[in-house]
Design a protein around this ligand. Structure first.
Ligand SMILES: [Zn+2]
Length: 1256
């Protein structure tokens, strides 16, 4: 007789089978004549766990027949009997044992029955497996003994991880648990929070004392294969099938690898494979050739990392930043160096140096596995334990003398003097420069001082009413903004950055900033405002903790890097008591703090000066260097290099045999727990139907008001997320181009309130006090392209106050010609920059071809604004009252009863007077509540004749002097309705084509034809677009894509089964992404039911349908819907390109029309922009979006978002998600988690280098 964990006993033969069941362990008591299965369920469904408060174990027994003697035919006969006994016995025994309500027993049953099936299965597989030798029972014990011993050695009773602590945050529904491996010292920190997404951040503290770029190159090489999985792309392909995305970033102090998954099961599958890539990467010389640096057949330097750094090294940000760091830190401090790699250093970096760096830093004792989401702790520790077991022979034993990077290294000495230096950066336009000023601050681990720093910086430059911003930007107009941030470090660095400073005033502005700081410190502070800032910060942190996927990750990573490893500093995340402490700080304490770290402290200032001369010199030097090299190499040398590169490519691109991927089954979706949001409706919204639920009951019982259209979404949030969705059906076309300026002024203008005029500063102060954030933008994120959305977040108690403020802003705003003019001038100043952007210009030309002039999309184009705003500026000087009249007209046309729809996302029970409170808005005299709500205008209604049936226009090539590459947009008729039966196949087909390492990736990107290509699926508009991003010749990229699509459509090329699975998975993770937080899940409900008019839960139902798509259906869709986008006569193409490419033949299209961009005067040499030496400037962020009330240029916007996180840190490196669909990219950006160069997304708002560094 033996007792064992059945999983271990039948580990080999049953592994795959078993892993498809729930991993509940069962014990088989197995002896001649009878088998008994004893199982306990440790994996109850989460709702059962929640209700019960803790995990209970259910022990159940079942008795089976003797299978040892049965033949295979008898087996099929007996097995049902066995199962039948189990099926009856299990729930009954459980029911009695635990005295549980029957409902609970039934929920359990789902889990238990699967466990039983596997247990039962094991109980006959085992004897069969043993049967050849074991008809003699005497033999069994020895077999058992063997299995048992191997089991004992490989499968310990408990994973060897020690729980350091576990605590619940008192300000958000999250608990944090910290473990440490007893064997390796690896740390595991899990922040449990509800939602469909699990995010992993595998973080290594990485310190280096040179500019070789080893940390960054390593980050790329990890994805090239590992010890046991020697295939490039395997990890991505596998992740793609498991609802996951992988990515990574390198900062100056750490490298983090990210795994973003929908549901635990997918995460659990990828985790060990990913970790093997991190700890045991297969760093080959060939991989270094293509990924790091090589010289191509023409003598030019290339390589993925090299090109990435080439685009950055001479940007003003980088040049100023690196100089400042050289002045702040001596040579023995890691923060001094460029971990991305300087170009000169990358050219000589050897694979051995990278391997050496890996050996030194990539050890489990220097690794933290940070996970946020619904993690299964037992499963996690088991996986990690097995992983540690599997690598134990390949890694050195933990070194007790291991020096923690940065923490055990020498610390930087304090600054002994103030240094002001000028740094030139290459730029043709020498009119404006920048300034950065750096001070050393307190340790980032000190929560009180860190938070105090956030507050004082917000106090100084947080909004248009704070002292520095108000003086330097609003009043003295010395800078277009003053950005601020601080780097979390043991000695943090505080940064101020006045941008858009006139070049001849750089030194003056630096001085002025310091003077203002000293002035502020010399007088009593505005303590009332400090307290307001403090409370607002606290609310923002609470909101972030609840809603942001990144909040905990950021804080935990900082703690891992610099905090105490015993968990005592991590524990600070338990509460926000630092705010209570700071609330008691006196004026004197605040000023002492300000003096100590800022106003009286030594600092390093860099004046960034644009230089045309330098631009020319750099270009000449680079050309001379390449020419010299070519000469040295000669024809033969170049040929040799070319051959070397080709052979490296061949080795790297080794295809992955299908059977390798088949080792992993596609995980189930049961572990993806979507956030439930209950819909309730009042007023006109009721016409869409009402559901029977708790929320609707509360709304029905509430006091009635005027019948405004309000949809409530009930989720257990501590905040109210309010959206006022305004249609534009009555807005005259001539006012539509004004909407950007209108939005700019909406929260920033004087108002009449209670019969008194409040100046804009007062308004901003009020809004800051009452809200957590406020925002106005186009309603495109709600799926309505002809609408405006006002969004506010605040505490439930403020519900009525906010509605009253909305009334004031909507009806009692006083348009001020001075502020309108200022906004016009700023908007005009942005236009030249916008016109230099090849991608958005292609998009705009496409809009002009396919949309009616009255469409808002049409009216907000840059080229329209360029003409319109210039006229407006003149008019406002001559007849200000006319312009104010226009704004009044526009306001009236927007805020009418017919145009208003409201979405309230909240814990509905917490709202006082949820319905009638809205009477404040609808009892306004101009509002006629007897009217019906106007329908939402569909995007497809705005198409012109050409837009309805594209193809007759042909192609347009737009030469732009600012470009050195090309972009294109092709448009054809697509799927026009969500009810189209081809929709699931359409989504799968597009997912298939766009997959990482998929057909288009290989055909286009793999052959260097473009940086990226993608489709946009405009079902609302009824069209499909194919876009080429940054291509040496867009026509070739289009042709290559057409060829592969037509091969797949005709059946000439067969489908890759794994890629289809990946495409289906990507749709699942897309849906999870859209609903990753409570507010986004609620917003999705609104979009689906109100904007699109679909049944509730439509998006989840489509998930069922995409699973059943057949290859024939995909082929049909490729032929009918997708291929036409490549066909002359059925699609139109717009190309923007460098002037030299204008004459390039355009194979698929016979007639090429040319359209010159009128007024494009920018003359940056294409060579320079290729080298990435154009000066990064904020381009799009000023168009129609405002965050926290002031005009925030790009850098500021990023800082503000960042600042909302509890511990502020600026990531010098930015994540580029490699596998996102356009919509998800935008989502990622709008949720504020990634400020990245995101290639290929719909809006070009995030392309300049000032945002960060591109990782690809
Ligand atoms: Zn990179």
């Amino acid at each position: 007789m033996y007792v064992s964990n059945c999983r271990a006993v039948v580990r080999r033969p049953l592994f795959l089978l078993y892993s498809s069941f729930t991993p509940s362990p069962s014990i088989i008591v197995f002896f001649p004549g009878c088998s008994v299965v004893i199982g306990w369920t440790t994996h109850l469904s989460p709702d059962v766990e929640r209700r019960k408060g803790r995990r209970k174990r259910a022990l159940c027994c079942s008795i089976g027949l003797d299978f040892n003697r049965v033949t295979s035919t008898q087996k099929t006969h007996h097995q049902p009997t066995f199962l039948g006994i189990c099926c009856v016995w299990f729930p009954v025994s459980y029911f009695f044992a635990h005295n549980l309500p029957l409902a609970h027993t039934m929920i359990l049953w789902g889990r238990v029955s699967r466990m039983l099936v596997s247990g039962a299965f094991a109980s006959w597989i085992l004897p069969v497996a043993l049967s050849q030798e074991t008809l003699d029972y005497g033999y069994i014990p020895s077999v058992v003994q063997t299995i048992l011993t191997s089991n004992m050695s490989s499968q310990p009773q408990r994973p060897r991880f020690r729980k350091i602590q576990s605590f619940q945050a008192d300000y958000a529904p999250t608990s944090i648990t910290q473990y440490e491996s007893e064997r390796s010292g690896m740390q595991v920190i899990v922040a449990d929070r509800k939602g469909p997404k699990i995010n992993g951040y595998f973080t290594l503290a990485t310190e280096i004392f040179d500019d070789s770029g080893a940390p960054h190159t390593l980050e790329h090489l990890v994805f090239m294969g590992s010890k046991n999985y020697k295939y490039k792309g395997l990890l991505d392909k596998l992740a793609g099938r498991a609802y996951s995305n992988t990515n990574a970033w390198t900062a100056v102090d750490h490298t983090a690898y990210t795994l973003e998954t929908a549901g635990w099961d997918g995460f659990a599958q990828i985790l060990p494979v990913y970790l093997e890539h991190v700890i045991l990467p297969n760093i080959t010389d060939d991989a270094c050739v293509t990924e790091v640096h090589h010289i191509d057949g023409e003598g030019n330097d290339a390589g993925v990392v090299y090109s990435e750094m080439q685009a950055l090294q001479y940007s003003s940000n980088e040049l100023m930043d690196i100089r400042a760091r050289r002045l702040l830190y001596p040579e023995n401090i890691g923060f001094r160096y460029e971990t991305g790699g300087m170009m000169e250093a990358l050219r000589v970096l050897t694979p051995d140096r990278i391997r050496e760096f890996h050996k030194a830093m990539y050890q489990p004792q220097n690794l933290a596995i940070v996970i946020t989401g619904e993690a299964d702790h037992d499963d996690l520790l088991r996986i990690l334990d097995e992983f540690e077991e599997s690598i134990k022979d390949d890694i050195p034993p933990p070194n007790p003398n291991f020096k923690r990077p940065f923490v055990d290294s020498p610390q930087p000495p304090p600054l002994e003097k103030t240094t002001v230096e000028t740094v030139e950066f290459p730029e043709e336009d020498e009119s404006t420069g920048e300034v950065i000023v750096a001070f050393f601050g307190p340790s980032c681990i000190d929560q009180v001082l860190g938070t105090a720093m956030n507050i004082i910086m917000t106090y100084l430059c947080g909004s248009s009413v704070s002292v520095i911003e108000n003086t330097m930007v609003e009043k003295e107009q010395l800078a277009s903004s003053v950005s601020y941030w601080w780097d979390s470090r043991p000695n943090s660095v505080i940064w101020f950055q006045p941008t858009g400073v006139a070049t001849d005033k750089l030194a003056f502005v630096e001085q002025r900033l310091i003077t203002i700081l000293k002035e502020v410190a010399s007088k009593p502070l505005d303590m009332a405002y400090i307290k307001e800032v403090l409370q607002r910060e606290k609310r923002q942190v609470q909101l972030q903790a609840e809603g942001s996927e990144q909040f905990y990750a950021t804080n935990i990573i900082t703690d891992y890097l610099f905090g105490k490893r015993d968990g005592s500093t991590l524990k600070d995340l338990e509460s926000l008591e630092e705010y209570d402490i700071l609330d008691k700080w006196t004026d004197e304490q605040w000023r002492d703090f300000l003096k100590k770290y800022i106003s009286d402290a030594h600092h390093v200032s860099i004046l960034g000066k644009p230089s045309h001369e330098l631009a020319k010199k750099l270009k000449a030097n680079e050309e001379a260097r390449i020419a010299k090299r070519k000469e040295e190499l000669g024809e033969e040398g170049l040929e040799a290099l070319k051959a070397k590169l080709e052979s490296a490519k061949q080795t790297n691109e080794k295809p992955i045999p299908p059977e390798v991927l088949d080792q992993w089954a596609v995980p189930g979706t049961e572990s993806i727990h979507f956030i439930e949001s209950l819909t309730a409706r009042s007023g006109k919204a009721r016409s869409l139907g009402v559901q029977k639920n708790e929320a609707q009951k509360i709304i029905d019982e509430a006091a009635k008001g005027l019948p405004l259209f309000v949809q409530f979404e009930d989720v257990p949030t501590n905040f109210v997320h309010l959206t006022v969705h305004i249609g534009m059906s009555k807005t005259p076309v001539k006012y539509k181009p004004l909407l950007g300026l209108f939005a700019e002024n909406f929260f920033n203008s004087p108002v009449m309130r209670d019969g008194k005029r409040l100046e804009f500063e007062e308004v901003v102060k009020h809004l800051e006090r009452e809200t957590i954030s406020y925002h106005i933008s186009s309603a495109s994120r709600l799926g309505d392209y002809e609408g405006v959305a006002i969004q506010l977040q605040f505490e439930p108690a403020k519900y009525e106050t906010i509605i009253s403020w909305l009334r004031t802003l909507m009806f009692d705003i006083v348009f001020d010609p001075v502020r309108i003019k200022a906004a016009t001038v700023k908007a005009l100043a942005d236009i030249p920059e916008l016109k230099r952007d090849g991608r958005s210009m292609a998009q705009e030309a496409d809009l002009a071809i396919h949309f009616k002039p009255e469409a808002y999309l049409y009216a907000k184009r840059t080229l329209v604004k360029a003409v319109y705003l210039r006229r407006l500026k003149k008019l406002i000087e001559k007849e200000p009252e006319t312009v104010v009249g226009w704004f009044e007209e526009l306001r009236k046309s927007l805020f009418t009863f017919e145009n208003l729809r409201v979405l309230v996302t909240a814990n509905v029970a917490q709202l006082e007077n949820p319905v009638a409170a809205w009477d404040a808005l609808t009892s306004v005299p101009d509002i006629d509540s007897s009217k019906e709500v106007s329908p939402i205008i569909k995007l497809s209604e705005m198409l012109n004749e050409e837009g309805k049936a594209p193809g007759s226009f042909g192609s347009v090539v737009i030469p732009m002097t600012t470009l050195d590459s090309s972009y294109s947009v092709s448009t054809a008729t697509g799927i026009q309705s969500y009810a189209d039966p081809r929709l699931p196949a359409y989504l799968v087909a597009l997912g298939y084509l766009e997959a990482v390492e998929g057909p288009l990736w290989n055909a286009v990107r793999g052959n260097g034809l473009a940086y990226g290509v993608h489709f946009s699926r405009e079902i609302d508009g009824g069209y499909i677009q194919f876009k080429v991003y940054r291509s040496p010749d867009a026509s070739k990229a289009i042709e290559a894509s057409r060829a592969i699509v037509s091969k797949l459509a005709s059946g000439e090329e067969s489908f890759d089964r794994h890629l289809i699975e990946g495409a289906v998975s990507s749709i699942v993770s897309g849906v999870a992404d859209e609903q990753s937080t409570m507010s986004t899940a609620a917003q999705q409900n609104y979009v689906i039911s109100v904007v699109r008019g679909l049944e509730a839960g439509w998006n989840r139902k489509i998930l069922e349908r995409v699973r059943n798509v057949t290859q024939d259906q995909i082929r049909a869709v490729l032929k009918e819907v997708i291929l036409p986008v490549f066909e002359p006569g059925r699609s139109n193409v717009v190309v923007t390109c460098a002037p030299i490419m204008e004459e390039v033949s355009f194979p698929p299209f016979s007639s090429v029309e040319k359209l010159m961009l009128i007024g494009c005067v920018c003359r940056i040499s294409s060579r320079l922009s290729q080298r990435g030496v154009t000066r990064p400037k904020c381009s799009n962020c000023r168009t129609f979006t405002m965050i926290t009330g002031s005009r925030l240029p790009r850098a500021r916007k990023r800082m503000t978002r960042k600042r909302k996180m509890k511990t502020t840190r600026m990531w010098r490196w930015v994540v580029v998600r490699r596998n996102l669909t356009p919509r998800r990219r935008i989502k990622a950006v709008s949720s504020g988690c990634v400020w990245g160069v995101l290639e290929g997304e719909e809006e070009s708002a995030f392309t300049d280098e000032s945002v960060g560094r591109e990782h690809e």
